[in-house]
Ligand binder design. Sequence first.
Ligand SMILES: Nc1nc2c(ncn2[C@@H]2O[C@H](COP(=O)(O)OP(=O)(O)OP(=O)(O)O)[C@@H](O)[C@H]2O)c(=O)[nH]1
Ligand SMILES: [Mg+2]
Length: 292
Amino acid sequence: MAILGKLFNALRRSRDRVSGAFTRLIQEKVTPESLERLEETLLSADLGLRTVDDIMDIVTRHSKNNFLNEVSIYMQNVLHEESALDLLSPSVLLVVGVNGTGKTTTVAKLVHYYKQNGKKVLLVAADTYRAAAVEQLKQWNKRLQVRLVCNEHSKDPSSVLFDGLKSGRTDKCDLVIVDTAGRLHTYKNLMNELEKMARVVRDRFPDYYFHSMMTIDANLGQNSLHQAREFAKSVELDGVVLTKMDGTARGGIVFALKKELDLPVRFMGVGEELEDLDEFNPEKYVSSLLGL
Ligand SMILES: Nc1nc2c(ncn2[C@@H]2O[C@H](COP(=O)(O)OP(=O)(O)OP(=O)(O)O)[C@@H](O)[C@H]2O)c(=O)[nH]1
Ligand SMILES: [Mg+2]
């Protein structure tokens, strides 16, 4: 199935709800009750308070014939700067996030994506907590066929990262992509470890551009916002990869991430295959969400 088709399908539930609520409002009389229903629907699609407030404001200020168009323009404006992450060479890209949100799968997809874009990529297995984590990357790498740096005897992700960056430099790689262990922000020592990894790059490999993205499971809703806010305190985030959009995701989180945390969505995961990574495109996203 084409990627756009997957995104369109992924947003079906959100679209049914959101565009359904607008359509009802257009067909019915605009009353305090119908406005309240719209507000509830938008909140339940995870758009977040600020975005919903703005939309309600637009709806009350415009005529029925106009407001859907105005809402669409507003949504695109909120997201207008969002796009896939363009990387200069050499760059290092840390993929971080809470357990099970799709980091390792996303790392494999990103290797595939940037390789297809002509970059020489090196992969670092810096989830040193589980032997299975390295094995998982090795499996992916049977298809990706890039240099994979790992050390099954090390428990120190920063030292594996160090080795990876050194190899990347020697091999003149454009991009080093790093898989990290899952963590909750409440585990202070694990969060410190992320800070240490960023420090290794800054202090020992200043020739690399440092980037990091957080994977967020689109099914987990508003709780993820809190997680992202906390992660951003430990590591400077370039944005988010929204994963598992092919599930029961409520797509509104994209707006909440931008409006509340100023975090752009860069990519979306729409399945479990290497190709199931969609560059974020605001125009396509808004039209898929509103059914325009
Ligand atoms: N349907 C779907 N499944 C996904 C997607 N991304 C990841 N998964 C699945 O989610 C599960 C967890 O993915 P991982 O990539 O192992 O997640 P992780 O964040 O590396 O997990 P830990 O390393 O244990 O923290 C796996 O079963 C993946 O196949 C996606 O975009 N869509
Ligand atoms: Mg993993």
